[in-house]
Design a protein around this ligand. Structure first.
Ligand SMILES: Nc1nc2c(ncn2[C@@H]2O[C@H](COP(=O)(O)OP(=O)(O)OP(=O)(O)O)[C@@H](O)[C@H]2O)c(=O)[nH]1
Ligand SMILES: [Zn+2]
Length: 211
């Protein structure tokens, strides 16, 4: 992903050149955010904050750019006929999202597997679709299910498994202020619904094969 906060545009995964930094959205969000800065007792005219509303407007658009992307289209762009029929796992995929209740980040890792049924998918497309759904306002449960459902509906494999482990900043830097709690969610289809496939997946994502 090519991204710089100073760019006029940002290019997301090569699938969409999203021209959002020049449109009225940036100035509208910036003008609202300027007001919010005043409301928290700041002076938006002081030197350090002069460009902050615009920076914030661009950052927020970047953090929610998933609304403009089509996850199924991304998967379909790299599906290949192949007879491989064992589990394919992509684990430790970084996830950054925003909780829809507080618009505060939650972040962690996703572990995703599928069992091909005639087609495999380009490996990089799996983290790409994680981003499509994560870069929106989310709850972790829906994010987990949306990834599972998209892979199942598009690739039509014999099963999909998604496990996600995230820290929610709304639970650590505010609210209940628990610094170390981690939330795990999971979603399964097809062969992963049953043992022993589910256990094999869970064992493989726990194994540290590279250390
Ligand atoms: N299930 C779920 N809850 C979430 C997620 N992200 C944040 N939350 C929770 O959303 C809830 C919102 O509850 P409210 O009582 O309406 O909000 P609040 O008064 O700010 O709650 P506290 O965080 O407990 O201070 C909180 O319990 C958050 O921990 C998520 O991804 N999934
Ligand atoms: Zn929250």
């Amino acid at each position: 992903m090519i991204y710089s906060d100073n760019d006029e545009h940002f290019e997301v995964n090569g699938y969409a050149k999203i021209d959002r930094y020049n449109d009225s959205k940036t100035s509208e969000i910036a003008s609202n955010y300027k007001e919010i800065l005043r409301q928290i007792g700041e002076d938006p005219e002081r030197e350090g904050l002069l460009k902050t509303p615009e920076r914030y407007a661009k950052a927020l658009q970047f953090l929610t750019h998933g609304y403009d992307l089509d996850a199924a289209e991304i998967l379909r762009s790299a599906m290949f006929k192949e007879e491989y029929s064992q589990m394919v796992i992509v684990k430790d995929i970084e996830v950054y999202s925003l909780c829809e209740h507080h618009v505060i980040p939650f972040f962690g890792k996703a572990h995703i597997a599928y069992i091909p049924d005639g087609h495999i998918v380009g490996l990089s497309k799996i983290p790409r679709i994680v981003d499509v759904f994560a870069r929106r306002l989310q709850v972790q449960e829906r994010l987990t299910n949306e990834i599972r459902d998209c892979i199942q509906a598009t690739l039509k494999p014999a099963g999909v498994a998604v496990v996600m482990e995230c820290k929610h900043m709304c639970m650590s830097m505010r609210g209940i202020q628990k610094q170390n709690s981690v939330t795990t969610t999971s979603a399964f289809t097809g062969e992963f619904v049953n043992e022993p496939t589910r256990s094999e997946f869970l064992r493989l994502i726990s194994a540290d094969l590279y250390k």
